[in-house]
Design a protein around this ligand. Structure first.
Ligand code: PFF
Length: 451
């Protein structure tokens, strides 16, 4: 799908391909694994209402801002700031994004490794025949043992091969077919949820906003989840937009991405929470929640093994399309700003991710006692990137585009140089100048206990 138009930079060949790849970056473990676990630990409906508000009032304008910067400059995240404002320090936001992307790949690869293990355990029948306790025990032993490390490495190897082998075309084509199948599978499980005894309770937990539960940590958690799920605030969308053709409608692409991404997260919630209450599990289980709940759902259905294998396989592939996009942030930086060949840049990015991923994988084993502010490496990397770096990066991008990028530049990008209309320009600029930065700033103050 990436077609060379100059000797230096590639462009997505089709508009639909660009949108599909952008959605492929956004949809991944963030929707299926992280959303239910964050919603679970933060009280369900209270979290949901904050999350949905943040996606649409902050996420969409910021997605557009990243798209404008990326496509307008056709550069990596650091280069985009540098080109628009040479000799300033704004490009530090680019560096922040690159660091955040490497932190995210580190823990993401571990969870993606779990999906691979589950896929294989389903296929071999191990998951099916295990009793509830045996499954729980098995999962705990697996995450703390060397198997989980091996799967993390295998996942990273896949990611590396895709990036280095130029088979991006292949995975994009495959994901264009597989992601709709994944979506249909999610729909089927949603329908199945409807018949579970805990459906009502699960729905109430997820959608009924108990406002008394809204606390600073719920608000910050929802903000972080909105950014994480939309791949926002670290320059991922900026980097992808630098490969968009001029014909891509940026506003429409932003709304489509936010809509589909949120829909998948909601479907995941509708699948998980009724099952949590039907099988008397705790919604507050944390990062292991989804892996504990899903087998219960699959194995009470006829052909459980097939459902389970297919689901984890597709989730593994959805994770790959997300890590490929994360890796692209640092690879494009190393190759365009540091003059490395693409293969060297890819190797360097892979090496850093590998070190980070080992730290995260061992956080469930012999490094579990190594904690900072009560968090092991896995939780620390997740917290620092999602709850701090991404909102901070989003705030920087918002202020930058709102105040320092010429209005004409923004307008040209949003209208394909006047080919079509973009009616909401004034509102967008108001949001980028005032609303988004102020909202994120207030949320930070609030979470520090100052507000
Ligand atoms: N949005 C992805 C998900 O929900 O799984 C995760 C992600 C991808 C975060 C790319 C950041 C990023 F740059």
């Amino acid at each position: 799908m990436l077609k060379e138009i100059t000797t230096e930079r590639a462009v997505f060949a089709t508009k639909i391909g660009a949108v599909a790849t952008t959605v492929g970056s956004a949809v991944g473990l963030g929707n299926i694994w992280r959303f239910p676990y964050e919603a679970g630990v933060h009280g369900g409906g209270a979290f949901m209402i904050c999350y949905l508000s943040f996606v649409f009032i902050l996420g969409v304008p910021l997605l557009i801002a990243e798209f404008v910067m990326g496509r307008g400059t056709r550069a990596n995240v650091f280069g985009a700031y540098r080109k628009l404002r040479p000799a300033s320090h704004w490009n530090l936001f680019g560096i922040l994004g690159i660091i955040a992307s490497l932190l995210i790949i580190s823990f993401y690869a571990v969870v993606a490794g779990w999906t691979a293990e589950f896929c294989l355990a389903s296929l071999s029948g191990q998951l099916e025949f295990a009793s509830e306790e045996a499954r729980h025990e098995g999962f705990m032993t697996f995450t703390s043992g060397s198997n989980s490390v091996v799967w993390t490495l295998i996942f990273l190897a896949f990611n590396f091969m895709i990036l280095i082998g130029g088979v991006t075309k292949g995975i994009e084509r495959a994901s264009n077919i597989l992601m709709p199948i994944f979506f249909l599978l999610l729909l089927a499980f949603c329908i199945n949820s409807f018949f579970m005894p805990g459906f009502g309770e699960g729905m109430k937990y997820l959608f009924y906003p108990d406002f008394s539960k809204i606390s600073p940590s719920v608000i910050l958690g929802a903000l972080g989840q909105a950014f994480f799920s939309l791949s926002l605030g670290l320059g991922c969308m900026m980097t992808y937009a630098s490969y968009f053709s001029d014909k891509n409608r940026l506003g429409k692409t932003a709304v489509t991405t936010a809509f589909l991404d949120t829909l998948v997260a909601i479907l995941a919630g509708i699948i998980i929470f009724p099952a949590v209450f039907s099988f008397n599990l705790s919604p507050e289980a944390g990062p292991t929640l989804v892996f504990e709940v899903l087998p219960h759902i699959f194995y009470q259905l006829p052909g459980g093994m097939i459902w389970s294998t297919l689901f984890f396989l597709l989730l593994f592939l959805a994770s790959l399309t997300s890590t490929v996009s994360m890796s692209e942030i640092s690879i494009s930086y190393f190759s365009e700003e540091k003059g490395m060949s693409r293969s060297r840049a890819t190797a360097l990015s892979a090496f850093i991710s590998l070190v980070g991923a080992l730290l995260c994988a061992f956080s469930f084993g012999f490094l579990s006692e190594v904690t900072f502010f009560g968090k092991n490496f896995f939780n620390l990397f997740d917290y620092l990137s999602s709850n701090i770096a991404l909102p901070l990066g989003g705030m920087g991008c918002s202020i930058f585009v709102g105040w320092f990028v010429k209005r004409k530049f923004i307008k040209d990008q949003l209208t394909d140089f006047g080919t079509f209309k973009f009616r909401l320009l004034n509102i967008l600029i108001f949001f980028l100048r005032w609303f988004c930065p102020a909202a994120i700033f207030l949320i930070f103050l609030n979470s520090l206990g100052i507000l």
